[in-house]
Write a protein that binds this ligand. Structure first.
Ligand code: PEP
Ligand code: MN
Length: 350
């Protein structure tokens, strides 16, 4: 349920309701919009009503959720969530860029890409150490060695690291090395994995599945949120449609829809959405124009020799050009680029 307060409510009255929620061990979030102050609550609604929450001073009304994905919804928090990863803030209105190779292949290639994407203004380094491959005979990733290389590249460049975890048995290991745990498209409904990353103590980037409806997708986030991990970032990476010219179809519309339905930030991955480097820049621009909180882009020092996803990987030079294009675009839309090189705003700013 959610509680709307009267316009003249006092801070003390809101706190009294919060104290009751704490006593009853409910999860809640306070937020504010033009219609006033709200508390989104998840817990035993009948218990709360028995305790007369709807008659407490300052309370205007108590409403049920109208959607099944309670904690992910705008009904739980009318204000957008900002996910902090070190100095990087995802969802504060700025544009955050995550970039790097599809797979971590070796130290030289990874470090070259890390340095180049950092110099171009990315703030998060991506790269898979555990790879979900369609064929079991394809390169499966370097595992722990890949994680160690990512950490070393992060130490050198200052970039935070996002990398995929595919298996509940690896969550602890990946969380030791990663700043953000990525759950890939194929695992979007691996509910055990979602629960596990829900208490790994790290932000989670949850990619949309190839066939996942937006409602299903938001319900997937609920598995993570309901374990107590509020730091969830969504990622539209293309869905499967009848067209086979592109690898997938980028559902740009998912960006405003998710911003409307949910307080969680959403980024766009034009690399997996298109499968072809030629379409990456236009779709990255489309994502920003649609309001995405950031981008995830595959970059490889030598795409032709990549172990995975070479055809959709940008060279570092192409990535430079993309970054030069999107800066003015973001600013024209009244948005700020988070370059990994800026001084972070004060914690209570934005
Ligand atoms: C990836 O990011 O390399 C990846 C495998 O992505 P997705 O899960 O979106 O296919
Ligand atoms: Mn890939």
């Amino acid at each position: 349920m959610r509680v709307r307060f009267k316009h003249n409510v006092t801070a003390r009255q809101v706190e009294r309701v919060e104290q009751l929620l704490q006593q009853l061990r409910c999860r809640y979030r306070r937020s504010q919009d033009d219609s006033g102050t709200w508390l989104g609550v998840v817990g035993d609604a009948s218990l709360l009503l028995d305790r007369g929450v709807d008659r407490m001073p300052g309370v205007a009304e108590v409403l049920p959720y109208t959607v099944p994905y309670k904690q992910a919804s705008r009904e739980f928090s009318v204000e957008p969530s900002v996910v902090r990863v070190g100095d990087v803030r995802i969802g504060d209105g700025g544009v955050v860029v995550m970039a790097g190779p599809c797979s971590v292949e070796n130290q030289e290639g990874l470090f070259e890409v890390a340095r180049r994407v950092k110099a171009a203004g990315a703030s998060i380094l991506r790269g898979g150490a555990f790879k979900p491959r369609t064929s079991p005979y394809s390169f499966q990733g370097l595992g722990r060695e890949g994680l160690e290389l990512l950490r070393a590249a992060s130490t050198e460049t200052g970039l935070a690291v996002v990398t995929e975890v595919m298996d509940t048995r690896h969550v602890e290991l990946v969380a030791e090395y990663a700043d953000i745990l990525q759950v890939g498209a194929r695992n979007v409904q691996n509910f055990d994995l979602l629960r596990e990353v829900g208490h790994a103590g790290k932000p989670v980037l949850l990619k949309r599945g190839l066939m996942t409806t937006i409602e299903e997708y938001l319900l997937c986030t609920e598995y993570i949120l309901s374990e107590g991990n509020e730091r969830v970032i969504l990622c539209e990476r293309g869905i499967r449609t009848f067209d086979t010219i592109t690898r997938n179809t980028l559902d740009v519309c998912a960006v405003p829809v998710i911003h409307h339905l949910s307080h969680l930030p959403i980024i766009v991955d034009p690399s997996h959405a298109t499968g072809d480097w030629r379409y990456v820049a236009p779709m990255a621009r489309a994502g920003i124009a649609a309001g995405a909180d950031g981008l995830m882009i595959e970059v490889h020092a030598n795409p032709k020799a990549a172990f995975s996803d070479g055809p959709q990987s940008l060279t570092p030079d192409r990535f430079d050009r993309l970054m030069q294009e999107i800066g003015p675009l973001a600013r024209a839309l009244g948005r700020r680029m988070h370059t990994g090189n800026e001084t972070p705003p004060p914690v209570d700013g934005a």
